[in-house]
Ligand binder design. Structure first.
Ligand code: ATP
Ligand code: LTN
Length: 339
């Protein structure tokens, strides 16, 4: 993302998205979100952040949390996000996010927050720890977004409600104090693969699934990937065909199509007369080959924490410049005294 207002590239549309460091992303996160971010960075002025402040709405173990923040940052780089093209940073290293959250929290209504599906789900799941942060999560997310004035927020359909609330907060703020924020639009990628669980293909593939065989993590070794695909739930028809009622095979075909760029018809032809065993092994191989360069790069990056820290530092300095401008403008318009 450009930090200099006179830059001619400023005319490009802007996009921003974040991902929580709550575990290793799955093949679902990669095909549904991260891979599309990589494609976007050539067309738009993009910023991507590791949303570590959001992650503490649920209890984290400090040592594990620190490792997950490094790992998520390394993975953003490993999948192909390029700090020369996009602004990459860690949310907590940019103080304006926490400051802007307070301003926006005072413009977010109790009723709006209680309607958030994610709040309802997460408070049911962690009912021993329904904290203020979990409730105020959307105000922090609105701060992440509005500070960078993006036109688009590329997210999965599950986050649409939060982006809609961000729009409402931005409009409310602009109406009260004059034009401070660009009102962003959710950017739900139409061709984003919706990868399903390998054990229950009626559900989405999720990194927090208790059954390890249900998801492919971006860190899984080739052996593990092969084993998980071989155990994937299918049906008793033994026919590789995309059809209603064949959720397991449909999912494997979609994954294979997403990683090879092949069409579903061509895949049916390729496996005509062949059993599921052969098909599963070919899908597994294709996924292994897709993930191999990412894993190689990830392993190399994780060996050099000081390089990662250096990139984090550079990202935070650039992000501070952009976010500080928006924060100061909001403070000034509200009547705060700036010195
Ligand atoms: P959790 O399993 O902890 O609930 P998650 O795996 O759903 O998390 P998030 O970190 O909430 O993932 O989401 C990161 C991004 O990945 C979001 O934009 C989300 O829409 C997308 N995404 C998550 N799971 C899938 C999936 N199975 N298929 C496609 N996209 C997905
Ligand atoms: N809530 C999102 C993560 C997130 C985000 C953001 C996404 C935090 N801040 C700003 C887009 C823009 C999630 O759980 N996937």
């Amino acid at each position: 993302m450009n930090t200099t207002p006179q830059n001619p590239e400023l005319n490009k549309k802007r996009a921003l998205s974040c991902i929580q460091p709550t575990g290793i992303p799955t093949l679902g996160n990669y095909l549904g979100a991260m891979r599309n971010w990589v494609a976007m960075q050539d067309e738009m002025d993009c910023a991507f952040a590791v949303a570590d402040l959001h992650a503490i709405t649920i209890r984290q173990n400090a040592d594990q949390f620190r490792r997950q923040i490094y790992e998520m940052f390394a993975l953003l780089l490993a999948v192909g996000l390029d700090p020369e093209k996009s602004l990459l940073f860690i949310q907590s290293q940019v103080p304006a996010h926490a400051e802007m959250t307070w301003l926006l929290a005072c413009h977010t209504q109790f009723g709006e927050l209680t309607r958030m599906t994610q709040f309802k789900d997460k408070s049911a799941k962690h009912n021993d720890n329904i904290n203020l942060g979990l409730f105020a999560y959307p105000s922090l997310m609105a701060a992440d977004i509005l500070l960078y004035q993006p036109n688009y927020v590329p997210v999965g359909a599950d986050q649409k409600q939060h982006v809609e609330l961000t729009r409402n907060i931005a409009e409310r703020f602009n109406n009260l104090y004059g034009n401070v924020f660009v009102v962003p639009e959710p950017y739900i990628m139409k061709n984003a693969a919706r990868v399903r669980s390998l054990q229950d293909p009626t559900k989405k593939m999720s990194k927090s699934d208790e059954n390890q065989n249900a998801f492919i993590s971006l860190k899984d070794s080739p052996d593990v990937i092969m084993r998980k695909f071989k155990r994937a739930v299918t049906d008793s028809e033994a026919c590789v065909k995309y059809a209603e009622g064949k959720d397991g095979i449909n999912n494997l075909m979609e994954i294979y199509a997403a990683v090879t760029d092949k069409k579903l018809d061509d895949i049916e032809a390729e496996f005509e007369g062949k059993g599921y065993g052969v098909f599963k092994a070919v899908v597994a191989e294709a996924v292994i080959e897709t993930l191999r360069p990412i894993q190689q790069k990830f392993d190399d990056l994780m060996k050099d924490k000081s390089y990662l820290k250096q990139l984090m530092k550079e990202g935070s300095i650039r992000a501070q410049a952009v976010s500080h401008r928006t924060l100061n403008n909001a403070l000034k318009k509200m009547g705060f005294v700036l010195v």
